[in-house]
Ligand binder design. Structure first.
Ligand code: ARG
Length: 609
């Protein structure tokens, strides 16, 4: 189905060409003076320059030709040369009926569906999921879903951090805790146990403990009142431990069988837990690949970089220059191999690209990570293109997000200043929503718990997605869970309200599928229709610009328009059946559009709240 803006522009273009002007001037935008008109065309201003005429004269001619168009109820030329437009109520009602009759609510699937890889999530195995990973998961999931409803083949890949130093740290900490395990017996020749030597909660304890052990600082000892001797001892032990962890990481990366066996246990236990956590966020991945999967491509890719003369030695490391003529500042080269030969973050990403090219043949790549990783991705993209790992014009984009801060404007922390874990954050939100629902106490505790989960998720995700991704934002639980204002719960509340009207209407014996949507009889009704009619356009723009916040803004305005209409209109008490049926159809359509949008944003509405 054509977008409403396309329909408007078709009319404008016809008129411009009929008057002897190029059709490209027939562009329309939402009015920036809603008190004067609904849409406006500024094309006469641009045409005036091209044709050396007065803008108002051109606008006047075009408006003349627009008279009698079925699309507009009003079009007028105003100084200095704007064309103000109002849409015909009958045209808009017909547009509503077409949307309502379409399975996709008028959304058009891409003519040429693309295969697009969305690299998001990015959790690090065996390290607890913290809120730094929340944004990547939430934003990435919504971008993936937007592409899907628009008909693209979206492949979500979690790209786990599963090959770094944390593995060596865990192995050595495990050795210290359970030296009797066969993995640590030199010359052990039996089969390694199928059962993991730890549970997930032990694993969650092992990593932070090991990480602290490897990073002992004298200040810590002083604070704890240790003697100088003790501090020195601890420091040495810490250094030795860190060294062991490095060695273990190296041996793992070289494929040392007992460490590979431990690694597989870590992966299994940790993945199951991650799946559960992402599941609670309604985030799911098509691929659970990780940095480890990229390793087998690395030797060849390094050789290729050397063969092409792109990689050269610098201070013992192997690097590739990435500078390009138009750069505003000098960009550091991409390090592809460290002096000790160890695998690197960038090299893993390059190896991953090679695998994706071979196995998935993508048309585009989208990466979602903290914006502080921007340089990393610039380096990776440039090296990949320079070396021909992807074609030179491959669309590779990096969507970098800002930090989630606490009310003090600093990165969000737990009450005692620790790193907030995702599970705890979700728990806190759900509890706060639950308390709020129970204040009214119209539902059972069980139902309130279930509802709180849905509303809590909406609060969390909408609170994040309604901000422009690149900006930092303040995590304000009280504001996020409020049923009023620009919040997830407000959107859900609006949907629930429509559901309840529709239910009451059915209870009165009404049929929700009867009749059609009639031309609007009030300003509020027309505004609601106009807002609904923008759905396709907003969805496409939000996807192209990778801007879920635009979808949030849209449903916020749509909810406001619905609530204004509802306030002015006694739907259930209406005597005129045709009118009533039309309103019922209209609000049902509003609900469908809202539901389609929140589905894409990654949350859903309860039956009641
Ligand atoms: N694991 C990384 C981190 O925690 C994020 C991964 C982002 N994706 C990528 N392809 N590098 O910082």
């Amino acid at each position: 189905m054509k977008k409403i803006l396309e329909r408007i522009e078709e009319e404008l273009k016809q008129s411009f060409t009929a008057c002897g002007y190029e059709e490209r001037f027939g562009k329309a935008v939402l009015s920036n003076r809603p008190d004067l008109c609904e849409y406006q065309c500024n094309g006469a201003m641009a045409a005036a320059k091209a044709y050396k005429k007065k803008p108002i004269d051109i606008a006047g001619q075009v408006v003349e030709k627009l008279q009698g168009s079925p699309v507009f109820s009003m079009c007028e030329a105003v100084m200095p040369g704007f064309i103000n437009l109002n849409l015909d109520a009958g045209f808009v009602a017909e547009y509503m009926n077409q949307m309502a009759g379409d399975e996709q609510l008028g959304l058009e699937k891409a003519e040429q569906p693309q295969t697009i890889i969305v690299d998001y999530g990015g959790a690090n195995v065996a390290k607890p999921l913290h809120i730094g990973h929340l944004r990547s998961a939430v934003i990435g999931e919504s971008i993936k879903r937007m592409g899907q409803v628009l008909g693209h083949h979206m492949i979500g890949d979690v790209h786990l951090g599963d090959w770094g130093l944390q593995m060596g740290l865990i192995i050595e900490e495990l050795r210290d805790r359970k030296p009797e395990l066969p993995y640590f017996q030199e010359g052990f020749s039996g089969e390694y146990p199928k059962e993991a030597p730890f549970t997930i909660s032990e694993l969650e304890d092992i990593y932070p403990a090991a990480s602290r052990k490897a990073k002992f600082k004298p200040e810590e000892g002083e604070r704890a009142g240790m003697s100088q001797e003790e501090i020195q001892e601890r420091e040495e032990a810490s250094r030795a431990f860190a060294h062991r962890a490095h060695l273990a990481t190296r041996r793992l990366q070289e494929g040392y069988p007992p460490f590979m066996a431990i690694w597989e246990h870590i992966m299994r236990v940790s993945k199951a837990d991650l799946e559960k956590n992402y599941g609670n966020l309604a985030v799911s991945f098509d691929l659970w690949k990780g940095e480890s999967d990229a390793q087998k491509y690395i030797p060849d890719l390094i050789q290729e970089l050397e063969r092409q003369g792109l990689a050269y030695e610098s201070q013992g490391a192997l690097v590739v220059d990435i500078g390009e003529p138009g750069d505003s500042k000098e960009l550091p080269p991409c390090i592809v191999r460290k002096s000790d030969g160890a695998a690197l973050y960038a090299t893993s990403d390059l190896g991953t690209i090679i695998e994706r090219e071979r196995k998935l043949h993508p048309d585009a790549y989208i990466y979602i990570a903290d914006k502080r990783q921007e340089l990393h991705f610039t380096q990776v993209f440039r090296v990949a293109k320079k070396a021909g790992f992807v074609s030179k014009d491959m669309p590779m984009s990096f969507l970098g997000f800002g930090t989630m801060n606490g009310k003090d404007g600093k990165p969000f922390k737990t009450r005692d200043g620790g790193v907030m874990r995702l599970e705890q954050l979700i728990g806190d939100i759900n509890e706060a929503v639950y308390q709020r629902i129970m204040e009214n106490r119209t539902v059972s505790e069980d139902e309130a718990r279930e509802t709180a989960k849905l509303v809590g998720l909406a609060a969390l995700k909408y609170g994040d997605l309604s901000n422009q991704a690149a900006k930092d934002y303040i995590f304000d639980i009280d504001r996020f869970i409020s049923f009023e204002g620009n919040t997830g719960p407000y959107i859900l509340y609006t949907i629930v309200r429509i559901t309840s009207i529709l239910n009451k209407y059915r209870d009165q014996g009404g049929k929700t599928a009867n009749g059609s949507i009639l031309p609007a009889g009030s300003e509020a009704e027309k505004d609601l229709m106009l807002q609904i009619s923008r759905y396709q356009e907003v969805m496409e723009a939000a996807f192209t610009e990778k801007a879920p916040h635009k979808l949030c803004q849209y449903i916020y305005e749509l909810s406001n328009e619905f609530n204004r209409f509802y306030h002015d209109t006694k739907i259930l008490g209406e005597e005129d059946k045709r009118k009533q049926e039309s309103w019922i159809q209209l609000i049902a359509l509003a609900k469908e559009v809202l539901n389609a949008c929140i589905q894409v944003l990654g949350f859903e509405a309860p039956e009641r709240m």
